[in-house]
Write a protein that binds this ligand. Sequence first.
Ligand SMILES: Cc1ncc(COP(=O)(O)O)c(C=O)c1O
Length: 367
Amino acid sequence: MNIPLIKPYITQEIKDKVIEVLESGYLTEGPVTREFENKLKEFLGVKHCLAVTSATTGLEVALRALNIGAGDEIIAPDYTYPATAAVGPIVGAKAVIVDVEKDTMNIDYDAIEAAITPRTKAIIPVSLFGSPLDYDRLNAIKEKYGVYIVEDAACSIGAEFKGVKVGSQADITIFSLHPRKFITTGEGGIITTQNDEWANWMNSYKHFGMNMNNTAREGVQFEIIGTNYKLSNIQAAVGLGQLHHINKLLSRRIELANNYIKLFKNVEGVEIPRTLTNGQHSYQTFCVFVEDRDRIMVEMRAKGIEVQIGTYSLHQHNAFKNGPLIEVKGAMGNSSWCYKHALALPLYNDLTEELQEKVVLELKTCL
Ligand SMILES: Cc1ncc(COP(=O)(O)O)c(C=O)c1O
């Protein structure tokens, strides 16, 4: 493609750091992973930051830390990547799937309330594509029903609600480091929380259930049944080189997204999703809504411009049909609409304003 959808930010500095790690012989999780976690902790303004193998495993660890399992329910939006809802059944709990708002594409807060039962333990809202969630609404729900909020912030490093970065508002927050995300380690995830007890449990769980107060081989005590979800020094080295420039990378994304918004102003047939007025979108993905999305996608790709659907409407997939551990609650009209009309456009650090003008010009000829 002449204009790709994404382009990971891989510089000579990053390549040098990876070679340094390879030559050090210390390849598994270690000091580079710690440095990566600490830098991210500082950027996000959170108390605990744990690197794991993916956002999907991070979500699983979070639910296990909150002791959610068989007999419990979690509530997740229909318009999202499968991992958000799949994590319920992964830990043995039922995933109750609800609709989203048509304009922000984020979970419908009224639908959450309508789906809550005495078995509901957690809500897993998604700040989709980097679009911040309304924590005034979520905190009111949390207080009223005594449920946990586990934010699937896979796409939201750098997004803000009321000037506070995503990562500290939920009980536990999970970010993805997959290459579609603007900070990537190839595969990887990050868990953040302000709670010491959960952080210690999750750290132990991802380290085979080890008591992390004494990790010297002869003194090791395995306290719980755990697993291995560690992020290697090699992967962390890739992410660290991006974190050094995170403020610059983030502000460039926002600048480019705002430029798209300006270029689409008054273009009939292209709608821009709504962002909360008291929030800052991090634009992991820049999406627009168009009527004949599938045809436009084919035509844009034929012109050498890589475009993509937004994400998935889960209830339309076999894995998310009603069953013992899945309940689709209510009509999924908005999610189905977003699944049909959202179109993701190229957005990456090296994208220029000239190339954006070309994307917009070509899109207009497809309308
Ligand atoms: C909203 C959402 N949740 C979870 C995931 C899964 O992330 P990972 O690939 O790091 O497991 C993704 C991946 O795209 C996502 O977009």
